[in-house]
Design a protein around this ligand. Structure first.
Ligand code: ATR
Length: 472
């Protein structure tokens, strides 16, 4: 029996589809699951799709693999991943490659990579985006870990990844936790993208009194231009969906409490640690939290005064275009912030992440795949050290075309009482970046006043402290 080029352990939905993807692409794949039933059902249902070697025990699984072994673990993040690694490690040989393709938190990946490096094994924390369909048909893959491991692992992962213009949506991201970090920020950007789309929908709904299906048609139109993306495309479909039970638009029947699994929260926590303002992602994460604060929402609904203005929209198409431009500009801000965070982590941990390459591997397979990622790649190709995506000539120009519309939309939302935290905070961020002077000077004065924290002057080098008046 020939040996397998790759192994997958953990055959729940994602692992099973990844294993099928390997097999469909011509690799012999060894498959294993803690409880063998998932392995036998995979072989029974899909064994004819390629060369599988079903393994009941971890020992058989390891023995079925050619060396250096390449083993993909696809189990729950956290203790389950550690348990599988602990069980595998004594069975492996120097140079074998263990890939964690789950949604691990990057500090865990750094810890695991260091531990396995110590004993001569390669540990690759890899982001895999695209859900179960992506796993089967071609995900965006973000492998970190030692560059050396990518020489043998990379071609296999590239083969099963999504392709855009023939280019694989997979590249070596950087050492240790870089892959899982980039996947985490990808998910954070996804939160921001979804929230922004939600705000655009709410504005169109309340401002123009449109039905969800009519707004779905607008999103379909938008999907033909700069905003073309998977999320815009599926938004149109969600909005047009009619509930079979009530005949109402499904979106009106769904409870308005957004769930979250935690990657948005991790992104914001890391951004706070790194000191990078990811306001779009943070607002999107908090917006989900507010939606789930049922007690507070119920208590506030009839108590908090509205004092809102009436909507006055004379030009329907003009308003739709304004919302589109505001959405696009806010989206650029969210991506700019996410890429800043990747850069900050890259410097902090010495990862040397190529931001343009990240945009390139997000063009296909993943949830945030979008036409404008090409533009981001081009921006970083023009200047790999770009201070902010917003100052790239292409994006600066695009956003400046929409700034007036963005301001109209945000002010109209404030006047009419439509919550647009992501639109509004993105505009505030944009204005903060371009401001000649920020009130941070006053804050430095306050800090020096109460805590002698000192300040710098605009006219003289050095650090200063004022003896503030005592007779106040
Ligand atoms: P999904 O959400 O798609 O169901 P998941 O919950 O992330 O997937 O992962 C479940 C997988 O992790 C299963 O393959 C599970 O094995 P069992 O089928 O035997 O339950 C595996 N898993 C969870 N904990 C594990 C552990 N401690 N050791 C080995 N495998 C484990």
């Amino acid at each position: 029996m020939s040996l397998a080029q790759i192994g997958v352990t953990g055959l729940a939905v994602m692992g099973r589809n990844l294993a099928r993807n390997f097999a469909r692409n011509g690799f012999t794949v060894a498959v294993h699951n803690r409880s063998p039933q998932k392995m036998t059902s995979l072989l029974a249902e899909h064994g004819d799709e390629g060369d599988f070697i079903g393994c009941e025990s971890l020992e058989d699984f390891v023995a079925a693999l050619e060396r250096p072994r390449k083993i993909v673990i696809m189990v729950q993040a956290g203790p389950a991943t550690d348990a599988v690694i602990d069980a595998l490690v004594p069975l492996l040989d120097q140079g074998d490659i263990v890939v964690d393709a789950g949604n691990a938190h990057f500090p865990d990946t750094r810890r695991r990579e260091a531990a396995l490096r110590e004993i001569g094994l390669h540990f690759v924390g890899s982001g895999v985006s695209g859900g179960e369909e992506g796993a089967l048909l071609g995900p965006s893959i973000m492998p970190g870990g030692p560059a050396e491991s990518y020489k043998t692992l990379g071609p296999i992962l590239e083969k099963i990844s999504a392709k855009v213009d023939g280019v694989p949506c997979c590249t070596h991201v950087g050492p240790d936790g870089a892959g899982h970090f980039v996947k985490m920020v990808h998910n954070g950007i996804e939160y921001a993208d979804m929230q922004l789309i939600g705000e655009a929908y709410q504005l169109l709904r309340e401002g123009l009194d449109l039905t969800p299906a009519e707004i779905g048609d607008i999103f379909d139109e938008w999907n033909k231009g700069d905003l073309e993306s998977f999320l815009i495309e599926i938004t149109a479909e969600v909005l047009k969906q009619v509930d079979a039970r009530t005949g109402k638009p499904l979106v009106d029947v769904i409870v308005d409490e957004a769930g979250q699994k935690g990657t948005g929260r991790w992104t914001v926590q890391s951004a706070l640690d790194l000191g990078v303002p990811v306001t779009g992602i943070a607002e999107a994460t908090f917006a989900r939290a507010i939606s789930s604060q049922i007690a507070q929402r119920e208590a506030a609904r009839d108590v908090l005064s509205a004092s809102t203005s009436e909507w006055h929209i004379n030009n329907r198409d003009g308003f739709i275009e304004d919302v589109r431009l505001a959405l696009y500009a806010s989206k650029v801000v969210a991506y700019a912030q996410g890429f800043d965070q990747i850069q900050a982590a890259s410097e902090e941990y010495g990862w040397n992440v190529d931001r343009g390459a990240m945009a390139r591997i997000w063009r296909g397979g993943c949830i945030i795949r979008a036409r404008f990622l090409n533009r981001i790649t081009e921006a970083y190709e023009r200047d790999a050290d770009l201070a902010s995506l917003l100052v790239d000539p292409y994006f600066a120009n695009e956003v400046s075309d929409g700034v007036a519309a963005w301001r109209r939309v945000v002010s109209m939302a404030a006047l009419t009482g439509v919550p647009t935290p992501a639109f509004s905070s993105s505009l505030a961020y944009y204005d903060a970046l371009r401001a000649e002077r920020l009130p941070a000077a006053l804050i430095q004065g306050q800090r020096d006043f109460f805590g002698a924290h000192t300040y710098k002057r605009t006219d003289v080098e050095g650090t200063f402290h004022t003896l503030w008046s005592e007779d106040r």
